[in-house]
Design a protein around this ligand. Structure first.
Ligand code: 5GP
Length: 191
């Protein structure tokens, strides 16, 4: 992974351009945190964080909220390289009883909506009082399954993004800003 002064990141043959600066992300998360705090005052919600991609968003989001809450983590994967594999693999399950609880799923990005759709369905079998989704990013043009994303950080176009927790084959999660795929080595423009 190489960085140059034009704010581009190269991973292999792919070149990514800076898309969302850390200050923009931080400001929006503060707003989401305020909204969640108002909506869940005295409800002791449980945030279910979808690892790995949502770890950075979740850390900032929960610190932007003011109410008492609980944090749990699950691990799923539906992507390899820059294309969806179409299969959703649950690696770590839901660790606590959710009956009567207000659940907020924390996700990095909603693309086709399939991951969230299957997760919401599974959670609802556990009789929670409510289920909502807080996603940092949402690609409305890619949605194949309608889901209720109650808290959306940014609606973005259909282009692969990395950074701020989001990876490309395990790389780039540590970048503090979000980058969008600009072009491949051969100059093909994507997105
Ligand atoms: P969905 O099931 O909505 O199609 O995909 C959701 C998952 O796909 C996300 O949690 C994320 O892991 C992955 N994903 C979708 N779009 C992107 C993207 O642009 N960049 C990265 N790094 N992952 C993505």
């Amino acid at each position: 992974m190489k960085k140059n002064e034009t704010e581009q990141i190269r991973i292999g043959s792919r070149v990514f351009a800076k898309y969302l600066h850390r200050d923009t992300i931080k400001a929006r998360i503060q707003e989401l945190g305020r909204d969640i705090s108002m909506d869940y005052q005295d409800k002791f919600p449980v945030f279910i964080v979808v690892l790995n991609g949502a770890f950075m968003f979740a850390a900032d989001l929960v610190r932007a909220t003011a109410m008492e809450c609980q944090l749990e983590f699950v691990k799923l994967a539906s992507y390899e390289d820059v294309r969806s594999t179409g299969t959703i693999k649950k690696i770590i399950g839901i660790p606590i009883p959710l009956e009567g609880r207000h659940v907020i799923i924390v996700e990095d990005i909603v693309d086709t909506g399939r991951t969230m759709d299957s997760m919401i369905k599974e959670l609802k079998t556990m009789d929670p009082a409510s289920v909502s989704v807080a996603t940092l990013l949402y690609k409305p043009d890619c949605l194949q399954v309608a889901i209720e994303s109650t808290y959306v950080g940014f609606e973005i176009p259909d282009a692969f993004v990395i950074g701020y927790g989001l990876d490309l084959d395990g790389k780039a999660r540590n970048l503090p800003d979000i980058y969008q795929l600009a072009f491949e080595d051969d100059g093909t423009v994507e997105g």
